[in-house]
Write a protein that binds this ligand. Structure first.
Ligand code: ACO
Ligand code: ZN
Length: 169
């Protein structure tokens, strides 16, 4: 009983909108989790411009994950249209290793996708992911993303990316 209660509390997390004072935690998580890193102002600009769809995950008051999005006007990745559409772009998502596989990444992405649609009017969402990144691809597929095409040598080390996209409904 005691054990069950404590397990439950260690596995619970909170998803909330980003604040400017989360930035140092986000940069730390980004550097620990991914080889794709960005300058400080890049995070500041995304918090300022797309903050409603930018979320962090907290466990016991500590930030342990983030999703950093952007909203763009561009050609649809899903339909062959001559006109431009509003698209959410997942620039970066990461959860500290010790907190993975308990639903945090899925919850961050779900929250951001909802805001992309409801707060920014985006019709679809896309991202790039390393072809070898099975955990990330499984999260994206679970939320309806499809592999649209392979972007050859997309990453600095030469690895290919999948461009993945889905409708925001
Ligand atoms: C656009 C981009 O940013 S692409 C780069 C994505 N980020 C990274 O790669 C950074 C390092 N990775 C991470 O931070 C995390 O793994 C994330 C953000 C991708 C996922 O976060 P998590 O909190 O672990 O996600 P969550 O718990 O919701 O789901 C993980 C899923 O991966 C699955 N998984 C774990 N390991 C593997 C594996 N080796 N192969 C296939 N699936 C796997 C789990 O089964 C789980 O799916 P399920 O819920 O259907 O069982
Ligand atoms: Zn991208």
């Amino acid at each position: 009983m005691e054990q069950a209660t404590s397990n439950k509390s260690t596995n619970s997390f909170l998803i909330r909108n980003v604040r400017m004072d989360d930035i140092d935690d986000i940069i730390m998580i980004n550097r620990l989790s991914l080889p794709e890193n960005y300058p400080y102002y890049f995070f500041v600009d995304h918090i300022k411009d797309y903050g409603k769809a930018f979320y962090v995950a907290e466990v016991n008051g500590d930030v342990v994950g983030y999703i950093m999005p952007r909203i763009e006007l561009g050609f649809s990745n899903l339909k062959n249209l001559p006109s431009l559409v509003k698209k959410g772009h997942v620039v970066s998502i990461a959860v500290l290793e010790a907190y993975r596989n308990r639903g945090i990444g899925t919850a961050l992405l779900k929250a951001s996708m909802k805001s992309m649609k409801e707060d920014y009017g985006a019709e679809e969402v896309y991202l790039e992911v390393r072809v070898s990144n099975y955990p990330a691809i499984s999260v994206y597929e679970k939320l309806g993303f499809m592999k649209i095409k392979v972007l050859k040598h997309y990453y600095a080390d030469g690895e290919d990316a999948y461009l993945m996209a889905t409708y925001l409904t």
